[in-house]
Design a protein around this ligand. Structure first.
Ligand code: GAP
Length: 489
């Protein structure tokens, strides 16, 4: 497996991801997607829509990024969305206290109070990693990014730290306008903002990132009535239970069905989403053994959740959460109802209820990194490194080139490219040797290359080269679209 530095370098060199404002020295915790990165990200989002939203007729909305202070007062983010922080008395650098202690001592300190963290820093004689200066007492730091709205001073608003709140505040509007009946899901894809104390590990912990979130609203009495559960019930999960974490044991491999029966997963709706995300991530190129669901310990569980299962990927630097799955119960709807004075209930079985929420929340940047890392092939034999992206998310599906730029081959190749563009992301390349063009296409993970040669001019056939096997076959131009559609499916 390559390491993060290499993937970061290649992602920049090949047009996927670059630090934001780089020409001015960058801005810590912010990154931009280049044309290939944007295509990859968009295709991941669309694959997610196809796989998760279509199957359960989940609705999708787009709410504003900035919301009033009242929203986050109600949601609890202004009071509880905090991380512990310590400052070096000498060089004044700020550090996230818990991660620093964990790195220095190997102790698990999640959920400890600021007093307890300060005590550990003193006992373990932890000094500033930069200048060895003394560290100040630990305080809490709120991660919300604040802004002011309009010309009136003091009109405070906040950038959303999760897309979810836009779904909760609009719950009654969505339910009424869609005439939705429980159970139903509402999804949102978009950017979220957290003023992280120390952005780190490239695009893993950043200050502006993208999420794909689903809020599944269910009647709490029917939390085990999940209509499509049987479609995934036999799917194998890898679960790191709370007990296993305490006793330093490994994951259990168990089907979704058995995990519910044994009480390892609290309900069928949660198990349904855990199983589906295992399937989805494997389809995107992450091996089964590099995926696991970790049942969060009570002290790390977010303020709004009755239980969390993080889907983690094994990266080059260790395991990291890529999806947060929370049983949010009726926490958000009730608190918004109380604070706004608006009724957030719905009728189900002739009864007025406030639904419970199961929330799978996917981070897009972490998905992108996991995919780049796992699809990267270091290939000495071929002489160049390449990406083995699944065809449905590869930035370009196909590359078309003429063998030579004369005798009408160039025009014919452009014709084929124009035809394919209607259905796929196709790019045209007529510069350099054929070998160099294959290399360029492989390097950005293009699954198929089509060459127009002299035989094409006689019989309307082309060669199509498979990126993974490098095997070539001859195929009629008229059959190309169907052939590629089947490959992608
Ligand atoms: N609405 C629930 C929620 O936001 P979360 O576990 O805090 O839950 C969900 O975040 C996902 O968002 C994470 O699993 C991760 O993939 C992504 N994420 C969270 N903070 C991030 C950050 N600072 N940088 C990049 N991705 C982040």
């Amino acid at each position: 497996m390559a390491d993060m530095d290499k993937i970061e370098r290649i992602a920049k060199m090949r047009g996927f991801i670059i630090p934001s404002s780089e020409i001015y020295g960058g801005l810590s915790g912010f990154y931009d997607f280049g044309h290939l990165g944007f295509k990859l990200k968009t295709k991941i989002e669309n694959s997610w829509r196809d796989f998760f939203l279509k199957s359960d007729d989940i609705l999708e909305i787009s709410s504003s990024i900035i919301s009033s202070e009242a929203v986050f007062k109600a949601s609890g983010h202004l009071d509880s969305f905090v991380d512990p922080i310590t400052q070096c008395n000498k060089c004044k650098t700020m550090f996230r206290a818990d991660t620093m202690i964990e790195e220095k001592t190997g102790k698990f300190v999640e959920g400890l109070s600021v007093k307890e963290l300060t005590k550990i820093i003193k006992e373990e004689k932890i000094k500033c990693p930069k200048c060895k200066g003394e560290l100040a007492d630990v305080k809490v730091f709120n991660l919300m990014l604040k802004t002011t709205v309009g010309p009136v001073e003091g009109n405070i608003a906040y950038l959303r730290p999760e897309t979810a709140q836009g779904i909760f505040t609009n719950f009654s509007f969505i339910a009424r306008s869609a005439r939705a009946k429980l159970p139903f899901g509402v999804a949102q894809v978009g950017s979220s903002y957290r003023n992280e104390i120390s952005p780190r590990q490239w695009i893993i912990r950043i200050r502006e990132f993208n999420q794909m979130e689903i809020e599944m609203f269910v009647n709490p009495k029917k939390i085990n009535e999940c209509p499509n559960f049987s479609k995934v019930s036999k799917e194998k999960l890898r679960i790191l239970t709370q007990e296993a974490q305490k006793e330093k044991k490994d994951v259990v491999e168990i089907t979704a069905e058995d995990a519910v029966k044994k009480g390892i997963i609290p309900n069928k709706w949660m198990a349904y989403f855990l199983a589906k995300q295992m399937i989805w991530y494997q389809k995107l190129g992450i091996p089964f053994e590099s995926l696991r669901h970790r049942h969060m310990l009570p002290e790390e569980t977010p303020h709004y959740s009755k239980g969390n299962f993080d889907l983690e990927i094994k990266f080059d630097f260790g395991w990291k959460e890529v999806i947060g799955n929370a049983y949010r119960t009726d926490f958000d709807l009730k608190t918004h109802s109380k604070n706004s004075g608006k009724d957030m209930s719905i009728i189900d079985d002739n009864e007025k209820i406030v639904p419970h929420v199961i929330e799978p929340s996917f981070g897009i940047e972490r998905a992108v990194y996991g995919i780049l890392l796992n699809c990267f092939v270091e290939d000495k034999k071929r002489g160049w490194d390449w990406f083995k992206f699944p065809a449905n998310i590869a930035p370009y599906t196909v590359c078309v080139f003429p063998l030579v730029k004369k005798d009408g081959l160039d025009e014919k190749a452009r014709e084929v490219h124009e035809m394919l563009k209607k259905h796929f992301d196709s790019f045209y390349d007529n510069s350099g040797s054929i070998g160099r063009r294959y290399a360029r296409a492989d390097e950005i993970g293009t699954p198929f290359c089509i060459t127009i040669d002299y035989d094409t001019m006689k019989d309307n056939t082309v060669t199509i080269r498979d990126r993974d096997t490098t095997k070539q076959e001859r195929i009629k131009i008229n059959d190309l679209t169907e052939f590629l559609k089947n490959k992608i499916a």
